[in-house]
Design a protein around this ligand. Structure first.
Ligand code: AMP
Length: 280
């Protein structure tokens, strides 16, 4: 069955309200569209936990800076809806910017903690305020029991988890492992920007993270391993924003050798900025 296409908050509330009345659990999968297997995995994980899945497609203007790719971010509603239909998603919420942000919109949801870890926030200062504001709205609009987020955007996963906790929003945020291409490159809507040559280079981010993790597991100091990773990516032609080891839960700079670590990276290849992360 085709999912119901929903464009207004009122309509969305009607549908999700029906589900609640029938005591059906629901999961929300927030996306910006240009869907791929990573997004569909979030949908499948949603159905493992809930009776109903609502996917949202919204390229959120608030999380892009003026010089970023908001205007050219890939948009393909028909293909996205067809992919979601094949996963039997119940509803797809596709609001316009005006539906999300009315003329008198005045609220920003802004976090410290993981949202100020000095990673994405350092290079995209507007990003997490935009994300947490829109995600708080989506949580409240859907009233979903579960929210599915990819580990691919690790700082985002930690940030929305903290936001739901701090604001007592009754939703359980579930992190889903990163889905990768055959060579290891993390699937991403932005991979469409890569030329053939850039695409063949791009896997180096994952390979370099994997090698650094291996070194750390074998006793190399995390700073030594990540400095070497930056050097090797730079030599390959990347402009590296960061490669760093952080506490896997708080994203703070590690203080002891026994903390659980996450290796997190962001780097440019040509005009495309890619991010990735792995457990150590
Ligand atoms: P986006 O549309 O890029 O904003 O992503 C929407 C959701 O899909 C976010 O929770 C992402 O972390 C998740 N996601 C994106 N790429 C992947 C991937 N390769 N594997 C798992 N989840 C992903």
């Amino acid at each position: 069955m085709k999912p119901v296409l929903v464009r207004s908050v009122a309509e969305l509330r009607k549908i999700t309200g029906e589900w609640r009345r029938k005591d059906e659990k629901s999961a929300v999968v927030p996306t910006m569209g240009a869907l791929h297997e990573g997004h569909l995995t979030l949908v499948r994980e949603g159905f493992r936990r809930a009776d109903r899945v609502v996917a949202t497609i919204f390229v959120n203007p608030k999380q892009f800076a003026a010089n970023e790719d908001f205007g050219r971010y890939p948009r393909d509603e028909d293909s996205d809806v067809a992919m979601l239909a094949s996963e039997k998603v119940n509803a797809v919420f596709i609001p316009s910017p005006a539906e999300m942000y009315g003329p008198h919109f005045a609220t920003t949801v802004s976090l410290a903690g993981p949202a100020k870890a000095g990673l994405e926030d350092k290079y995209r200062p507007q990003f997490f305020d935009g994300v947490t504001t829109v995600v708080a709205k989506l949580f409240l609009q859907t009233g979903a029991d579960f929210a599915m987020f990819g580990e691919k955007d690790y700082q985002q996963l930690m940030t929305v988890t903290a936001m739901a906790r701090d604001l007592d929003i009754p939703i359980t945020v579930i992190g889903v492992p990163t889905v990768r291409e055959e060579d290891g490159l993390a699937k991403s809507s932005r991979n469409r920007y890569l030329s053939k040559h850039e695409r063949s280079q791009a896997v180096a981010i994952y390979k370099t993270l994997t090698q650094a993790a291996e070194k750390i597991r074998n006793g190399t100091d995390h700073q030594v391993a990540t400095t070497a990773a930056v050097r090797s990516l730079t030599t390959l032609g990347f402009k590296v924003d960061y490669v760093t080891a952080r506490n896997a839960e708080t994203l703070a700079v590690p203080k002891t050798a026994s903390e659980p670590l996450r290796l997190i990276a962001a780097a440019w290849i040509g005009k495309t900025r890619l991010i990735d992360n792995i457990a150590v």
